[in-house]
Design a protein around this ligand. Structure first.
Ligand code: 5CA
Ligand code: ZN
Length: 427
């Protein structure tokens, strides 16, 4: 699929090629080095395009943008893959509510998302892949699971009409046959049951062996989109299989980081991983699972379904500098849940003003004094240290604040370059 445009990333002198980059792995419950090889492979769960990008989405994509930038700065190649869930229940529901075609709605929201990402200077992935595009791979994967006895059929209720070419069964993964189930979240069955229903699961579906078993393939129903499904019959994939197969196709087994918001820990990342293991054997999915804490508004998770949204596009329309939005997002560590406030944005705008003023200092016309490299180098070292240590963006901002306070116009522009390369902020 088409993706959004990139901005140039200036390279800083690589002072520490190969330096370890640490992040918190949800599965192991500790901070671990990630992407230790020359090539770092990252998969981040993309949007379901039925509404515009809000601050929660933006925080997630800026967080993983930082990871990509820090990896690059340590001399690594990055292969970044992001999906877009361009077919799923919420998209169909919203399209029906608004009387528009689901494909038009998806297209329109994807375009808006691209403009938001470009404005925020989030680097695009190497591969941006739609769920629809991935359907042939989902079909092969589910066929394989059926053949291995890891998937089972559940009858479509008599009251639901299926399309020609569809089987009269939906297919589910048999979790009882999967020893790695639970390894990503580490949650108890009770904890899982608490959220499964509200996060796209169907615990009450009659005929399932276990309430948590995830849907792999849904037989095509009248009035719903459906695709060729080989031996599965016409239909469409369940949500989680899309990310299992896209990640495996574009990154291969055993990639470095699977990312997304904490709302995806269970069931989405748990199920994507267990399905990959079911297809290719234990240890097939990510080495580490990294999660952005939820961004809220007035004490509630910001979500399209609740409608309590602060949209990137609306702020842009109101004339807010996207770099101030980015700075506001960077001012909160990714592992701490936080609420969006106007005050946070106001402080980010002020910070941007101060940094820009410091960067704009004219250099001494007579060059009577040598540039003061000490402060600049120290600032860059600090920024790098903070970021390589569990993406401490707020810590990196403080290092730049100090520079902005002390800079006396004898700089070389190095910090400005570092702010661009590492933080993605153009001054
Ligand atoms: N398409 C699926 C993933 S395959 C999905 O979750 N789409 S989404 O549009 O609901 O969310 C897109 C990304 O933003 C996901 O990584 C999600 O975890 C993250 N996200 C959603 N809401 C918030 C929030 N309030 N705060 C932080 N991140 C969020
Ligand atoms: Zn996903």
């Amino acid at each position: 699929m088409k993706k959004w445009s990139s901005t140039e990333v200036p390279s800083l002198p690589v002072a520490h090629p190969g330096t370890a980059v640490q992040v918190h792995d949800t599965a192991r419950g500790e901070t671990v080095p990630v992407g230790e090889g020359d090539e770092a492979r990252l998969y981040v769960c993309g949007i379901t395009p039925y509404d515009a990008t809000h601050m929660g989405h933006a925080a997630t994509y800026v967080t993983f943008d930082l990871l990509q930038r820090v990896w690059r700065d340590t001399g690594r190649e990055v292969v970044y893959v992001q999906n877009v869930t361009d077919i799923d229940e919420p998209l169909l529901e919203r399209a029906a509510r608004d009387g528009v075609h689901w494909e038009d709605l998806a297209q329109q929201e994807i375009e808006l998302f691209f403009r938001d990402m470009e404005a925020l200077r989030v680097l695009p992935p190497a591969h941006y892949v739609g769920a629809v595009e991935g359907i042939p791979d989902d079909v092969s994967a589910v066929e394989q699971l059926v053949a291995a006895g890891a998937a089972y059929p559940v009858d479509v209720p008599d009251t639901e009409a299926t399309v020609e070419g569809a089987a009269r069964v939906d297919l589910y993964l048999d979790l009882a046959s999967q020893p790695t189930f639970g390894d990503v979240s580490g949650w108890t069955r009770e904890e899982m049951m608490e959220v499964f229903g509200e996060r796209g699961g169907d615990p009450d579906r009659a005929g399932k062996r276990q309430p948590l078993d995830p849907l792999l393939w849904r037989a095509g129903r009248e009035g719903e989109p459906h695709w060729e499904g080989g031996s599965l019959g016409r239909g469409r994939p369940g949500w989680h299989i899309e990310c299992s197969t896209i990640a495996l196709r574009y990154l291969g087994r055993d990639f470095d980081v699977q990312g997304g918001g904490t709302d995806l820990i269970f069931p989405h990342h748990e199920m994507s991983a267990v399905q990959a293991d079911a297809i290719h054997g234990r240890g097939s999915f990510a080495r580490a699972y990294v999660h952005q804490a939820m961004v809220g508004l007035d004490g509630e998770k910001m979500s399209k379904s609740k409608g309590n949204l602060v949209l990137v596009s609306r702020l842009r329309r109101e004339g807010v500098d996207p770099m101030a939005i980015r700075l506001a997002l960077l001012d909160r560590h990714y592992r701490t849940p936080w609420d969006w406030t106007d005050d946070l944005l106001a402080r980010a705008e002020e910070r941007l003003r101060v940094w820009r003023a410091a960067a704009a200092h004219p250099t001494s016309p007579a060059i009577s004094e040598p540039p003061d490299l000490g402060l600049e180098l120290e600032t860059v070292v600090r920024m790098r240290e903070r970021l390589a240590g569990d993406l401490d963006a707020p810590g990196a901002l403080v290092a730049v604040d100090r520079w902005a306070q002390e800079a006396d116009g004898r700089g070389t522009g190095l910090v400005q370059v570092a702010v661009d390369a590492l933080l993605g902020v153009s001054l």
